[in-house]
Design a protein around this ligand. Structure first.
Ligand code: HEC
Ligand code: HEC
Ligand code: HEC
Ligand code: HEC
Ligand code: HEC
Ligand code: HEC
Ligand code: HEC
Ligand code: HEC
Ligand code: HEC
Length: 269
């Protein structure tokens, strides 16, 4: 039964003594943390809403995520206590005192990560968004990149799918595009499991040699249509020398499956 709801919210909202809090907490212990005070919402407010709204309210219970050292008031781990607001070290070194160095984990590191702009995406103290993010991921990336990159795509435009971090790692990766490991197969059937013979570039997961993951008005997100797609890698002269290729006006994919097949040359049934 639904009786009382506790909602975490800004207790000091009305008088917003944020400034004084910052100053106080620096010099005295025991100053209440402004955002952790529990707030009571009367049952009446909830009952006056219809059931759909109650679900919504439950989901919307404001949450605040805290950075562990901030919550523990270990301000001195990052700040010079004598000089308000100044940090003891520049980023990213400051953060790497406690976190793994991304430049040691990844071959290729994202621009703002390498440049030490961690706080262009993270709040160092607290955030309403998980992982201390300043904004939800799409807006986060659109802060610096073209937000229409994916939205204009014919296929990957739905909100959850166009979520940049479905495909990109925000910190770094094996190459400059920082792909998430196995990102295409998170949503698409795995050709390696399904097909007996897998086409070279497909087996190597070089999906983007043929597909363009965002900007596309093209059929099946293909970079090129028809034979030119295949003749990008296969020698035209050699192909058209052979008997089975000589006298045909069909395109490659009318006879071959582009990803692989049950037979060695992926001939379509
Ligand atoms: C994990 C490191 C870290 C900890 C711990 C930390 N801070 Fe900060 N703080 C920062 C960084 C980084 C900035 C600069 C933010 C930016 O780049 O805009 C900052 C900025 C500030 C500022 C000035 C900018 C602003 O308006 O927020 C104040 C004041 C401040 N911190 C107070 C505190 C207090 C008080 C504590 C302890 C309760 C604390 N910090 C704990 C990293 C930290
Ligand atoms: C371009 C935006 C961006 C920048 C810049 C960035 N991060 Fe992140 N970070 C993210 C996102 C998005 C997540 C959440 C990833 C997830 O949910 O899987 C995250 C998650 C994290 C996490 C949680 C653990 C994890 O790996 O999921 C840590 C720790 C972290 N970042 C530290 C840093 C540090 C340190 C820097 C600077 C050297 C930094 N980040 C720079 C976007 C960024
Ligand atoms: C004094 C040590 C310390 C420093 C310095 C520090 N962190 Fe953290 N950070 C932590 C701890 C502890 C956690 C919690 C780890 C866990 O739960 O696994 C954490 C967690 C995080 C998370 C994940 C939060 C979540 O919701 O999962 C992010 C993002 C993050 N830190 C970013 C940063 C950034 C950016 C900096 C530099 C401005 C930084 N940290 C500096 C100790 C530190
Ligand atoms: C603070 C600004 C900033 C934010 C926020 C940001 N980026 Fe970047 N991003 C950059 C910079 C700078 C580069 C490096 C550009 C270059 O080297 O040409 C870059 C490069 C990239 C590249 C490689 C592009 C290339 O051509 O090599 C990808 C992919 C990328 N970012 C994805 C993301 C994603 C996904 C997010 C959100 C999680 C994000 N970015 C958020 C600034 C940002
Ligand atoms: C469906 C997967 C997918 C999604 C979703 C996605 N990307 Fe990409 N993105 C890729 C792949 C794969 C590449 C590498 C393309 C290549 O190799 O030609 C790439 C390349 C990039 C590049 C560099 C080339 C360019 O087009 O400028 C940037 C920047 C970028 N992505 C940012 C983003 C941002 C920002 C978002 C979210 C709005 C996003 N991506 C969403 C898969 C994706
Ligand atoms: C988060 C899930 C997700 C990820 C990750 C993802 N896709 Fe998709 N993709 C979809 C959905 C959903 C569709 C639309 C399917 C439809 O319309 O039938 C789609 C459509 C496509 C299509 C057109 C399919 C058709 O039937 O016409 C291609 C090609 C494609 N994706 C390739 C890729 C590649 C390459 C990657 C990796 C860079 C990738 N996808 C990553 C979900 C995803
Ligand atoms: C050699 C070029 C090539 C490579 C590499 C490639 N594809 Fe395709 N893909 C195609 C072509 C051509 C089509 C369109 C087939 C058609 O005409 O129906 C296609 C269609 C698709 C479709 C739509 C469904 C279907 O089977 O028709 C999906 C999903 C897809 N590819 C995913 C991927 C993924 C994921 C990868 C990487 C593991 C990948 N592709 C690698 C050429 C390629
Ligand atoms: C990114 C380069 C690339 C593209 C584009 C490409 N291929 Fe391939 N293809 C390869 C590689 C690499 C092999 C493996 C060669 C080997 O194993 O000897 C291969 C093998 C093949 C084979 C089997 C040949 C054999 O001897 O085993 C066929 C058939 C084939 N491709 C057809 C196509 C068709 C049809 C297209 C267009 C849909 C296409 N390829 C596009 C790189 C590509
Ligand atoms: C009319 C159907 C047809 C068309 C169209 C076709 N192929 Fe083939 N292809 C075949 C057959 C049949 C084989 C041989 C299979 C065998 O030996 O069992 C073959 C074999 C191949 C091979 C492997 C042997 C070799 O000659 O290297 C490659 C690579 C290849 N095709 C690529 C292509 C490309 C690229 C295109 C488009 C330019 C294309 N094919 C168009 C039917 C076709």
């Amino acid at each position: 039964m639904l009786t009382i709801m506790f909602i975490t919210t800004t207790f000091f909202m009305a008088c917003t003594p944020k400034k004084s809090y910052k100053v106080l907490s620096f010099f005295f212990d025991g100053v209440p943390e402004p955002d952790t005070t529990e707030y009571l919402v009367s049952v009446d407010t909830i009952l006056s809403a219809d059931s759909a709204n109650i679900v919504a309210i439950n989901k919307l219970v404001p949450t605040m995520f805290y950075h562990a050292p901030y919550q523990k008031k270990q301000c001195e781990r990052c700040h010079d206590q004598r000089s308000m607001g100044k940090t003891i070290e520049p980023q990213p070194q400051l953060c790497y005192n406690c976190h793994d160095d991304f430049s040691e984990i990844y071959k290729s590191v994202h621009g703002p990560v390498g440049g030490g702009f961690c706080t262009s995406c993270h709040n160092p103290h607290k955030s309403k968004t998980d992982k201390l993010l300043l904004r939800s991921t799409q807006k986060l990336c659109a802060f610096c990149h073209d937000s229409l990159l994916v939205v204009n795509s014919r296929y990957h435009k739905d909100r959850e799918i166009s979520n940049c971090t479905e495909c990109h790692n925000p910190h770094g990766g094996d190459n400059r595009f920082m792909p998430q490991k196995g990102s295409c197969y998170k949503c698409h059937e795995n050709f390696n499991e399904k097909l007996k013979y897998v086409h070279g570039p497909v087996a190597g997961a070089y999906c983007t040699t043929c597909h363009s993951p965002h900007v596309t008005k093209t059929y099946k997100l293909l970079k090129k249509q028809g034979n030119p797609l295949c003749l990008n890698c296969h020698e035209e002269k050699l192909i058209f020398e052979t008997d089975y290729h000589k006298n045909t006006d069909k395109t490659c994919t009318e006879c071959h499956n582009p990803h692989g097949g049950d037979n060695r040359f992926f001939i379509k049934p």
